[in-house]
Ligand binder design. Structure first.
Ligand SMILES: [Zn+2]
Length: 1025
């Protein structure tokens, strides 16, 4: 339109309206509308999606720093939203991420805090989800999900006496069944909402109005842990044309008649049209509009002003009813609608938003960060136990910083590996600071527990314990020490699990002859193994990265010794230098290396029941034999890589896995493999190529294969990004079927190129069959089952019958266009020496007769999650033995937890109560012995203490279990033909104090304990005074 014709239009409009007779005036908008039963109700839900770190660090997002990356300041959001709510009591807002809210809260005046409490009490401000972050659902372990949710819920309970009712997982890239039944129903949520789901599934659900349904995520807990679930028709932003951040382009309502662009009628029509479009895909006469998106409401009135007007004018119009609402109000309306809802089981993995865009790469992205989070998760669990034994000290070293750091690390752009490099470093720094403090606590707790009753001089033991967080790269100054005459090394091994463990402990040492004795002075079997150059090179580089300087000495050997550790307790081992060839001393391993002259023979490795056969000339694994279980099966083991699709159309990147081709990694070099043998273990070392090293380890007394891999730097100088996988291959006839865990808990059946909910159109035969793995995967046929367990979150699949594939590392050269705007090309620099990231990790392989695999997956799986915690000290002569407690179990000495249960939380809370969480580790029907009800005797868990009161809580500990059950909404479900009876433990008799657990059940208790006179009790009381 040219200027002169525009002027003409304005002139004509002015004449028509004759507006000079009307004056603009103060308008009162009626925003008080509630639900109307006979109309279409449009629930406007104002929200801001505030990532706890992604493109910026959590601090930067909070303060608005680094706004050149992204104009986002959460402080602005909260400041302006609170004022906007105070200004109109009908306005509502939901807040989700407590990591941000808690910071903001702590900075407010008492006056404002009281006003905010009022907003919360009246329901204007509602906390939903309420964990510290909106956690990822693919890559966290369920224990971490519980912990981070508990932390946020406890804050809300403490400050506001509120319990969030709604799960709000709007952004995570796929949704787990553990989220639905455990972090949803068992937390006490009445509903769960999210946005992202497979694009094919979404179209079908829109057409048959099944975007809302009842989800039963666990086959063990079935309808007893179900949740109403709603998926947004498109995304978590408003319909087009209804976004109102100050820079947004949606037309505002211009209702002052003086305005040339007066548009009330048009905008009301737009609103009604958008509402009717959504009504067409939704059951009942209630629809929800998510009014907000990432980091919105930095100037909140900009949104509220428009919503005020829409509510006012739309309701004047009367075709639909618009109201300020929250997901709770919406859920109650759905519940009241007397509708029968479709049923959903299993989960929403994998997620694809387009034909070639499968979000299955992040299952593995940043594998070392994923490993670090997992290691620290288990350390946090053990540290809280030790904190409990010692007595919590809020001023001294405690676990709070580690708890907070781990909580935000569960965010859907944290452990997922989808954040920018500087943000990943920030998360890791926070965890390492938390670890540093927690490790002081662990040391001081062990010091107090090892201090003898009779020891009058406790100060002697302060600061004696060292720990070795870099033990994985064979760095442990405490054990590498010289041990001058008369000195010996004391190793305290702590077991956080409820059952006794017998394991081989490995530590780097500088000599090759030791005697290892246990707490009774009895010699235990030990073995010396060489540390090869591959390990030493990695050690040197990474110690320099960690400490700023290279290690001063180089250990030559590993010392392995047999440790036996009581449940929830420790045992102590003394390591002294031995006279050469004393018959009690450690056995030197034999080392055999194949060379080009080796003839093609079979060599057998393993000195227990389990044997592996290798072909000597190629170093190829050929056969797996267990002489006890009589399993005998061809077994192969290989590495491959996918070349990442390049930048045109959809690239492989931090989120997306889009392979172009697959290549087998061939063995290079003359030394095909080296075999190390000794009394405790055999190892097969293989330099697979110049950037993959592998150790296959068989312990004499275990019946699984431990594989330690070192991968990287992945070469990319050919301009091709690579995603490295390993394949474990048997001849099992598995008929496209495999099983992967959900957040380390329930196993879910997967069928290649198949989805249970719809007829899958296969566009990505590899990426579309990848699933997240946190505990493991297995395949089976009529006779046998092959299981693989992992030490961190990875992606995996079974792309060929009889085979399990894991993706272990990825390095890519293109951004995948999903917002992170950075290439996933992790590089480690020490001074000016930069190289691609090297990952070292482990996975475990076992083949069992059919039906026997679960015992290993569950019980040993828990041991992988919770390794023994090691602490080191030195003794002079025999002084340690004489003056210290060297064997301790917190629980009754005759007692041990059944092998199907774990203590997943034992923690002293700030109020002095004890939080105890017990988990049944097996699913219904999974194992003939262990899938039964389990009992735990609390009196035996806390001997020497008086249990005053036991209160069963919901999963996050913010309400009593009874109250939660009472308030739970009931839903009518279609096709809910529940054949099996659900087994749950009964209520706890206050006299007997026995807790029963049904399969997959997790029960949470607050326990009031009195500290009786017991070992260590004087100190405990002194601490408390
Ligand atoms: Zn997000």
């Amino acid at each position: 339109m040219n200027p002169s014709s525009a002027a003409l239009v304005v002139f004509i409009c002015c004449c028509c309206c004759c507006f000079w007779e009307i004056e603009s005036k103060y308008m009162v908008y009626d925003t008080s509308h509630k639900i109307q039963g006979d109309k279409i109700n449009v629930h406007l839900v104002p929200h801001s999606h505030d990532d706890v770190g992604w493109l910026k660090t959590v601090d930067q997002y909070y303060t608005g720093a680094n706004n050149s990356i992204r104009g986002a300041c959460v402080q602005n959001v909260l400041d302006s939203v609170i004022q906007a709510l105070i200004d109109d009591k009908n306005r509502k807002f939901i807040y989700v991420e407590i990591a941000f809210f808690e910071r903001w809260w702590n900075q407010q005046s008492e006056l404002l805090k009281n006003k905010v409490k009022e907003l919360v009490n009246t329901g204007q401000l509602e906390f939903i989800n309420g964990g510290m972050c909106m956690h990822d659902e693919a890559t966290p372990h369920y224990i971490d999900l519980i912990d981070q949710t508990t932390l946020g819920h406890m804050f809300i309970k403490r400050e506001f006496d509120q319990k969030p009712r709604v799960g709000w997982q709007i952004d995570p890239f796929g949704h787990s069944s553990v989220q639905a039944y455990l972090l949803g129903a068992e937390v006490g949520f009445d509903s769960l909402f999210f946005a992202r789901m497979d694009y094919q599934d979404r179209e079908i659900r829109k057409s048959d109005k099944t975007l809302e349904f009842v989800w039963q995520g666990s086959k063990s807990l079935g309808s007893s842990a179900q949740i109403f679930t709603g998926i947004f028709p498109r995304h978590y932003d408003p319909p087009d044309g209804f976004t109102f951040e100050i820079n947004d382009v949606s037309p505002p309502i211009q209702d002052d008649v003086l305005l040339f662009d007066y548009n009330v009628r048009e905008r009301v029509d737009d609103f009604v049209a958008a509402a009717m479009a959504q009504v067409n895909v939704t059951r009942t006469n209630h629809i929800m509009w998510t009014m907000g998106t990432d980091f919105r409401y930095q100037y909140a009135v900009s949104w509220f002003r428009q919503m005020d007007k829409f509510i006012h004018y739309v309701n004047q119009d009367g075709r639909v009813n618009a109201l300020y609402s929250t997901p709770s109000i919406y859920t109650d309306a759905k519940n009241a609608a007397n509708e029968t809802w479709p049923l959903k089981t299993d989960d929403f993995f994998p997620y694809a938003d387009k034909a070639n865009t499968y979000w299955t790469g992040y299952f593995t992205s940043r594998p070392t960060f994923k490993g670090y989070v997992r290691t620290m998760s288990s350390y946090y669990l053990a540290a809280r136990q030790l904190e409990f034994y010692k007595g919590r000290n809020s001023s001294g070293p405690n676990t709070n910083a580690l708890a907070n750091a781990l909580a935000i690390a569960q965010h859907h752009d944290a452990v997922s590996g989808t954040q920018r490099e500087h943000v990943a470093a920030d998360y890791a720094l926070r965890i390492s600071k938390g670890y540093a403090e927690a490790s002081e606590l662990v040391a001081s707790s062990l010091e107090s527990l090892t201090s003898s009753r009779s020891s009058s001089n406790q100060e002697q033991t302060v600061g004696v314990f060292q720990q070795c967080p870099l033990l994985n790269i064979s760095y442990c100054p405490a054990s590498e020490t010289d041990l001058p005459d008369g000195k010996s090394l004391v190793v305290v091994t702590y077991n956080p699990l409820g059952w006794k463990r017998e394991e081989v402990v490995r530590i780097p040492v500088s000599f090759d002859d030791f005697i290892v004795t246990d707490s009774n002075g009895k010699v235990v079997e030990s073995q010396i193994l060489p540390i090869f150059n591959a390990s030493l090179n990695m050690r040197s580089f990474h110690v320099k990265a960690y400490n700023g300087k290279s290690p001063s000495s180089t250990p030559q050997y590993w010392l392995g010794f047999k440790a036996s550790v009581p449940p929830l307790g420790f045992s102590t081992y003394i390591i002294s230098k031995a006279e050469k060839s004393a018959d009690t001393s450690s056995t030197l391993s034999t080392v055999w290396t194949s060379d080009s002259t080796s003839s093609n023979e079979t060599v057998v490795v393993g000195r227990g029941h389990l044997k592996l056969h290798y072909a000597t000339n190629e170093g190829k694994l050929t056969r797996y034999i267990n002489q006890r279980s009589l399993v005998e099966e061809p077994l192969e083991h290989s590495f491959s890589y996918y070349s990442g699709h390049n930048g045109t159309d959809q690239a492989s990147g931090a989120y997306i896995f889009r392979p172009s081709d697959t290549f087998l990694v061939k063995s290079e070099g003359q030394n095909a493999f080296t075999i190390v043998r000794g009394p405790l273990m055999d190892e097969v070392h293989q330099q697979i190529n110049s950037w993959i090293y592998q150790v296959t380890r068989l312990y004499k007394e275990k019946e699984h294969v431990e594989v330690e891999f070192t991968i990287g730097p992945i070469p990319v100088d050919d301009g091709v990004g690579k995603e490295i996988t390993t394949q474990v291959t048997t001849a099992l006839k598995t008929n496209k079927t495999f099983y992967t865990d959900s957040n380390g808990r329930d196993f879910i059946k997967r069928v290649r190129d198949f989805r249970s909910d719809w007829d899958l159109q296969v566009n990505e035969p590899v990426a579309g069959n990848y699933y997240p793995i946190n505990l493991g995967a297995y395949v089976r046929d009529e006779n046998m089952e092959l299981s693989v367990l992992v030490d961190r979150a990875v992606g995996g699949s079974s792309l060929v019958d009889g085979q399990i594939e894991l993706m272990l590392h990825r390095r890519l050269l293109y951004d995948d266009g999903k917002g992170v705007g950075e290439v996933l090309n992790e590089t480690i620099c020490v001074q000016n020496d930069c190289k691609g990231l090297v990952v070292q990790g482990k996975y475990y392989i076992r083949i069992d007769p059919i039906g026997d695999g679960a015992k290993w997956r569950r019980t040993f799986g828990q041991e992988i999650y919770s390794p023994l915690l090691l602490a080191f000290a030195e003794q002079d002569g025999d002084d340690w033995k004489n003056s210290h407690v060297s064997f301790f179990s917190m629980i009754d000495e005759s007692y041990s937890l059944p092998n199907n249960t774990a203590i997943i939380t034992l923690q002293e809370l700030e109020n002095g109560k004890v939080l105890l969480r017990l988990a049944h580790l097996y699913e219904v029907g999974e194992d003939k012995d262990y899938s039964s009800i389990a009992s735990v005797e609390l009196k035996k868990l806390f001997p020497n203490r008086k249990i005053n009161k036991v209160t069963e809580m919901n999963l996050s500990g913010n309400q009593e279990r009874d109250e939660m059950e009472r308030k739970k909404l009931k839903w009518s479900v279609k096709d809910s033909s529940e054949a099996k009876k659900i087994v749950r433990g009964g209520s706890v008799d206050p006299e007997k104090l026995v807790v029963e657990l049904g399969p997959m059940e997790i029960r949470t208790f607050f326990i009031d304990l009195d500290y009786l006179r017991m070992f260590g009790s004087e100190r405990k009381d002194a601490n408390r005074a």
